[in-house]
Design a protein around this ligand. Structure first.
Ligand code: NDP
Length: 338
């Protein structure tokens, strides 16, 4: 199967048992290496695989997340078991790019952050306090340049990134509307995360009409997660000098023939700024992000919904659920609890 353009299926993955010695091997080539016990693995849309040509301009261009007969690569929360790295010692908790295994030998710790706040759920470092949280933070505050009172729209709003963006926007005093693919998600957007309005995009035959209903005066900020027909309808409803942060386009990942956009000229008519961004370019802001978000969590101002499955063997099913929207919140695989 062409795993790059097809919708991922559970049968694209298999579970393998092999053994690993629970020590970093001796030798010059393993200097700086760390052996990790993986606790929580993150299910993210990128896990399905990125064409190497598509990732050529990112700092992650050498990482292949999903390739035949290799463990899946992805973000996770792990515990250091053994280390030949001066900055990491046995017992340290870290998050970064690991593999879908019980234990992983990492030879380059560049992608890892040490976890210092342990009085919050550790699984949050795959989501709210990890890469998706940083994506929400960078995309909303750095790319959208939001102001109090602005009209904000978020697609895939119940997802790992979307639920955080919505709460940031509410804390800033914006009017916030989100869309998601089920009534249950729509209800939670309003009742749990405090969105002003939410709608099920699957039940809207005319997306343009739906957006006009929720934004009679237009949209100032669109946080783009899905692309395709949704983006086209949003362009018609943007206000003058609006901003679109292009975070992702999940509706387009599984197709060879992408859906066309016909309303791009609205970028000009309305002087809209549309900017793509990659979270990897913003990791230097991680300490600033923690200073903002950890107190919000402790004060109960930000909440987070996770969809946790137990056991590595249930990882493939959990990953596949992302592409049909059957995940109810941030997808996480719990491999071990400590
Ligand atoms: P989500 O947790 O939102 O999971 C994916 C969700 O997308 C599903 O639950 C489903 O929800 C929705 N979805 C799936 N297929 C479609 C479709 N065809 N049309 C519309 N919605 C669909 O993922 P994340 O929050 O982790 O990621 C959100 C976006 O951000 C993705 O596009 C991702 O690639 C991107 N991203 C970009 C980063 C960057 O650095 N730029 C970093 C991290 C993520 P529903 O029930 O609503 O349909």
């Amino acid at each position: 199967r062409d795993y790059i353009s097809a919708i991922p299926e559970e049968s694209d993955m298999y579970f393998n048992t092999s053994t690993i010695k629970l020590k970093v091997p001796a030798g010059e080539e393993f200097k700086g290496s760390v052996l990790l016990k993986n606790l929580y693995l993150s299910c993210d849309p990128y896990t399905r695989g990125v064409k190497q040509s598509d990732s050529a301009t990112t700092k992650q261009d050498r990482i292949v997340f999903f390739s035949p007969d290799s463990p899946i690569v992805g973000y996770g929360v792990s515990k250091v078991v053994d280390s030949q790295h001066p900055e990491f010692k046995a017992g340290d908790l870290v998050w970064g790019i690991t593999k879908w295994e019980e234990y992983t030998l990492i030879t380059n710790m560049e992608s890892f952050f040490k976890i210092n706040h342990t009085d919050v759920p550790l699984s949050y470092y795959t989501g709210l306090l990890g890469m998706p949280g940083m994506t929400a933070y960078a995309g909303f505050y750095e790319v959208c340049n939001p102001k109090k009172g602005e009209y904000v729209y978020i697609s895939s709003a119940f997802g790992a990134v979307g639920q955080i963006v919505g709460q940031f926007a509410k804390l800033m005093g914006c009017y916030v509307v989100g869309s998601a693919g089920s009534q249950e998600k729509v209800d939670k957007l309003k009742n749990k995360f405090g969105f002003d309005e939410a709608f099920n995009y699957k039940e809207e035959p005319d997306l343009n009409a739906a957006l006009k209903r929720y934004f009679p005066e237009g949209i100032d900020i669109y946080f783009e997660n899905v692309g395709g027909k949704m983006l086209d309808a949003v362009l018609l409803n943007m206000r003058l000098h609006g901003r679109i942060a292009v975070c992702g386009m999940i509706s387009q990942y599984n197709y060879e023939q992408h859906e066309g956009i016909t309303n791009l000229m609205h970028l000009i008519y309305k002087r809209i700024r549309m900017e793509g961004f990659f979270v990897f370019d913003f990791y230097h802001l991680y300490p600033k992000f923690l200073d903002l978000v950890v107190p919000y969590i402790k004060e109960g101002k930000i909440t987070y919904v996770e969809d946790i499955v137990e056991g590595l063997e249930n990882g493939p099913a959990s990953l596949v659920r992302l592409f049909s929207g059957r995940n109810a919140g941030k997808g996480v695989v719990a491999v071990a609890r400590e």
